[in-house]
Design a protein around this ligand. Sequence first.
Ligand code: B12
Length: 211
Amino acid sequence: MKILKEIAVNVENGDSTTVKELIKTALSQKIAAEEILNDGLVKGMDVIGIKFKNNEVFIPEVLIATRAMKAGMDIIRPFLTHEIVKPKAKIVMGTVKGDLHDIGKKIVGMILEREGYEIIDIGIDVSKEKFLKAIKKENPDIIGMSALLTTTMAYMREVIEAVEKAKLKQNVKIIIGGAPITQSFADEIKVDGYAPDGVSAVELVKNLLKK
Ligand code: B12
């Protein structure tokens, strides 16, 4: 769809104003918020990711694109979220220590929220101590960890060990995600689950809560 392509191109170019306008137009044309998110906003970030990898763009361009992506997410968030009477379960989400990437985590949070889960986002660069504090304070059913760097994904293991040591593991399921994460890594560090994207995260969470 042409308008979704335009949204992607404007995320890539970091034009927040145009991204916001295009999204409003797309919504008025009754294009589903989820389609705008996946085929517009995320597509734009994918392109910038490839260009960043190939040294065709640098951190400032990525940051400007991120800003446009987030501006767009703010517009579609209310259209993704149903009115919730009683949350199905509570999920604490954080990006692990040393890692500042948060777009993917926010998208997963938004999609889970739309499905009726309560999301407590404890931010980026989250230490094991902060995860423990959040578990004690919020008593969540699940914690979700995100990592986008191969150097920070290892920290997930430290968080799990800390949760086990604090004898909190029996009350909480742990799920992980992020571009470098694989099912085999999840198996290796013995978490309860891994999902490659927001839609599969919903399935994962549903299945875990049945157990
Ligand atoms: C945007 C971006 C940045 C922005 C981040 C802004 C922000 N607020 O997030 C900025 C400019 C700050 C940045 C900085 C850096 N970045 Co960067 N960045 C990216 C980029 C281009 C896009 C990431 C993104 O948002 N993708 C879009 C979202 C939607 O996808 P996603 O995050 O993967 O999330 C999805 C899934 O993974 C999953 N998911 C994610 N989290 C979770 C959690 C759970 C629980 C579940 C179930 C699922 C799940 O669902 C999401 C939705 O589908 C990637 C390239 C790429 N292809 O990933 C590089 C990339 C991640 N960055 C990279 C690097 C190297 C860096 C820097 C070290 C660069 C530098 N030299 O300084 C710094 C590190 C800073 C730090 N300490 O974290 C590398 C990592 C390489 C590696 N193998 O480790 C990448 C892969 C680029 C590359 N190819 O070289 N970056």
